[in-house]
Every structure is written in C-alpha cells, then in structure tokens.
Design a protein around this ligand. Sequence first.
Ligand code: RUQ
Ligand code: CUA
Length: 668
Amino acid sequence: MKKILTSTIAIAMIFAAFTSCNNSGKTNGQSGALSSNVAEKVYVAPGEYDEFYAFISGGYSGNLTVYGLPSGRMFKEIPVFSQFPTSGYGYSEETKPMLNTSHGFIPWGDSHHPDISQTAGEIDGRFIFINENNTPRIAKIDLKTFETTEIIEVPNSAGNHSSSFVTENTEYVVAGTRFSVPIPQRDMPIKEYKGNFQGALSFISVAPETGNMDIKFQVLMPGFNYDLSHPGRGKSHGWFFFTTYNTEEASTLLEVNASQNDKDFIAAVNWKKIEEYVNNGGGTMMPADYAHNVYDEHTHTATSTMKKEVRVVNPSEVPGAVYFLPTPKSPHGCDVDPSGEYIVGNGKLSANLTVHSFTKMLAAIEGEKFDGEAYGIPILKFEDVLAGSVEQPGLGPLHTEFDGKGNAYTTFFISSEVVKWKLGTWEVIDRKPTYYSVGHLTIPGGNSGKPQGKYMFAMNKITKDRYLPTGPEMEHSAQLYDISGDKMELLLDFPTHGEPHYAAAMRADLIKERSQKIYDLEDNKHPYAAKSDDDTKVVRKGNEVHIYMTTIRSHFSPDNIEGIKLGDKVYFHVTNLEQDFDVPHGFAVLGQNTSELLIMPGQTKTSVWEPTKVGVWPFYCTDFCSALHQEMQGYIRVSAANANTPLIWSMGEDIESKQFLKLRGILF
Ligand code: RUQ
Ligand code: CUA
C-alpha cells in the first residue's frame, strides 16, 4: 500500500511540475512570436472560400463542428449523438429514432474521433464517421447533406474509444472498447475482473455504394483497455493496430495499478484473415441487443431496428490472426505512417517514443520468435519489431500525424508542445509550444496514404489566458500551424466547441462540389407531406390530430385551426415548399414541451404538441426568412375536453388572393 501511495505522489508531482512550468511560458501579442505576414496566411477575404474543411469532434457536446482552414471560422455544428434544439434533431418525430439504443432513448453522447471515408487509401469525402464513447455507437454523416444518416450501437463494448477509424477502402469502420467488461454482461463480483472480463474489437462493414453499416464480427480479446487504433495501409493494408493499457487487468486505482508493467502492448489484428474465416462460416453468433438507426432521405424519417445477435470470434480460433507487440508504457495514440511501414506507440509515461516496423513484425511472425503469450496470443519480442525510437522528444506523448513528406508530428501533453521528427532517422527537427496541454493534432488527410500536409492544427485541453475570460469555463483552443517549411509556424488561435478529441480534415473541393442545396419536393416520400397548399388538411383519429401543414414565404397553410381539445395529441407535420438554396422555415407553438423545428426546402418534419390549457395559442416561424417573416404566424384554438367545437382549418379567406400575390411579387 505504501509503495502505491509513494508512486501516486511521484506521478502527481511530475505532472504538477510540468503544468506549472508551461504556464510561465505564455507569449503575448507583443512578444514577437509571430512574424508580420502571418495575418495574410490565414486571411480569407469576404466572399472567398477556405481551402480546407475541418471536422472537429465536440467531445461531451456529442456533436461534430465544421470549420474552415486556414481562417478558423466555424461553419456549422452537426448534431450526431445529442439532441439539438437549433434544428430539432432528436426532438422531431422523424429524428428521435436516431438516438434510440438498447438502453432506450439517450439524449446525449460523448463523441471522440471523426474519420473520413477513403478509396484506395485516399480521402474521398463521401462520409464521415464518429464514435460515441459512453453508450458505444458509431455514426455516419453524409457529406452531401452534412446530416447524420446512420447510427449503429456496438454491443459487448464499453467506453467505445479506439474508434472510429476506417480501412483504406472503407471496407470497415473499426470500433475497439476502452473498458473490458463481462461478455455477455452478467452479475458478478468486480474483483473477479482478471481473466474473466474481455475486450471486444468490432469490425463494422460499410457497403460500398450505400455506405450502410453492419457489424460483421467482433474479436473477443483479453481484458485489457484498448485505447486507440489505426488501420494498416499500403503494405500493411489488411491489418489493424490497437494500443492497450492496463495489461495488469486492474479494476481499481488504475492511475497506479495500470502503470506497473514496463511495457503494455500494441495488438496487431489481421482482419483479412478473420474476415476470410468468417466468410467461411467461422465464429459464433451470440445473443446481443443493439440498435441500428437509419435515416431515409426520401421519407425524411429515421427508423430504429433492434438487432438480436452478433458474430464473435475468439482469437484462438484463427491462428496467426492476432499478435502483441510490447510497447512502453501505457501507450495512447496508435498511429500508422502513410506508407504503412511504421506503427507509432505514443507511450504516455515513456521517456522515448516507440516506433515499430511492419516488415520486421512480419519477419518475426514468420520466424516464430515469440516472447511467451498472453491468453494464447503470441507476444513478439520488443527488439525484433522495433524500427527505432525518438530519444527523449518530450513528456507525455499522446498522438502522432504525418505530412506525407517523411515527417511525423507528435503532441506532448505534459511538456505542452508539438514535436516534428523524421521517420527513419528518428531525429527531432523542430518543436513548438502549444497553449496549453495539447491532446490531439490534425493534418488534413491525416489518416490516409496521402496526407495533404500544408497545415497542422493542435487541439489544446487548457485555454486559460488565450482569450477574454468567459467565466470559469473557457472553450478549448485550437492552434493552426503552417507546416509547409522546415520549421512549424504558429498562425492562429481559434476556439472550438465542447472538447475537440481529434478532427478530420480535407481539401474543400471534393465536398463543396457534391454538396446538396435542397431536397427535391417531388421526391419527398414522407407519409404526412403536403406538397402544395391544396394538400393541406387536418385529420382527427380519436384523440390524435394530424395537421398536414405547408410553409412558404411568408405564410403557414393552414394558419387558423380550431377544434382541438384538451387531451388531444397534436401532430404538426410541416412541409417546406421552398425549392431555393438556404431558405429554411421554422415552427414553434406556445407551450410545446419540445424544441422548435427547422425545416429545409423540400423537407417534412413533425412536432408533437399536447396542449395543457384551453385558449387560443399562436405558432410562428422561428427562422427569419423574408421581409414578412414577422407575419409568418398562425393561431390554434384549444377547447375543453368535452366541448363540441367543430374541427375547421383555413388560410387567407379574408384577403383577396390577387392582392396577396401582388404583395408577394413586389416584395420578393
Ligand atoms: S483521445 S486526447 Cu479520445 Cu487522445 Cu482525446
Ligand atoms: Cu419562415 Cu420566417
């Protein structure tokens, strides 16, 4: 016990020492950290476009934010795992099923690592995937619409952290578990963790045309913590690498107990081999509940299906498919260089940065040079797989990215810096401080065979004095560096939203050209769509009232509704008839227990209202859509439960239609 306490104190002191020394290293505008032409490098003139899109994880916001580089301007927040009143995502009847899980409706998520789809090892800009850590899920966002179109829950997983990275043809999006758990879940003593808990690594197939996700198989690994992962590429395509910590299999006080072993492992998984085994009927179907939620662009509606079983594979069933590469010391990031030869294990507590060689790994496997095994999985010898190490590059390495020109960039949390070093010679070329305590970094095209290395941005955990204070909470700060030269040059600070665990970025052209402007009204297959004012109606079915409503600048149809009674459940099905780019309408009614709706051109969305008071209640458009936006309103009358107010609806009877059209013609 005494030993444990002493080492806790020692670790705490190291952290304290480095954290405090960071703080004194602060620069300010006057200290000349930036050269004078820096402003030009990030200035995007009004009306001009940024060169890159950056998709930055929102962490505990559960969402994904979109930025432009080099300007650092935020363009959008895409709701993924959290309800989002700004658009009604997770509130509208159509999108609520997206947040369904085997634990019921979950309004929040913890998003971590976005990754863009690839074709032949290059970023293709079709989809972006992101993981939810807390209630394990993987989401897919369609980059045509910037909408979340699919979410699949990952059973047998817990703390879905070594996710969501894609293989070089997007064959799979891979999701590894951070916490090992009893599989299947059961009631058992926590102290019996060791040898009984397991870690699931899930390979989720992505259909080439549609992008539809399906869990192809899960590899059930020993009960370690699988922290991060990356696919092999080029020569190592077909393999996937996962860092592990807590190979001690401790269930308590991990800060000490999971730091005992001198080396943990990188697990190398030959997924092609396991895929072949599975395609030949290998593996076992085990019962498991997990939700698969799919959004249909034609009905504008999501459906949630509960799946009942999943295929699991034990590594011992497929000899030669899984190996352990010893890696010092509780490695976090697991990063593979663009050629696929080097696998970097960012050992958080290690003095050096370890790089393994894929070629050497294959040779060691071939020669069967093992250093024992763990739960039947062969352990390779450290010296046999080591490509080299960067000696004392900094303290607390977390993540590494590559520029495609033979250089690597590693973040160091404790010494608060990004260090540039050379692949193959392992020499440090440059180092730049970050403000402060950097976690991830991103180079556009980072996780691919062809990084688009011009910029790199660091995502920092502590902001402190970088901006005007905003109370005790400051948004995290990203810092943009020009990496086109030998030395990195700091260009810009910009705030992010939530906690930016990783980001994926790419050249803008590919996404920009394919970006969808409207939803085709003709193509709207929503069962409650009203495609013109003539289709509008109000239908009562028992105590359910369905209002088929349309919006167009600048009225609702119908805009006067009577005959609703207390105890009714009122469905406003609102179709936006506009067919112009960027003309959404909104909808809100007084007293509704949900968010507003924001309806895109050609789309139908539904808000449910259960009125609790008798009266005449206004509804209005929440998005300033035209000069007559303030006129875009209506009334709905609610009578007592036993009243016999007839159900009637109307729009514009008291205005001459000619005069009305003229008015619209003049104004728009
Ligand atoms: S992990 S530092 Cu999800 Cu590094 Cu964020
Ligand atoms: Cu429609 Cu404001």
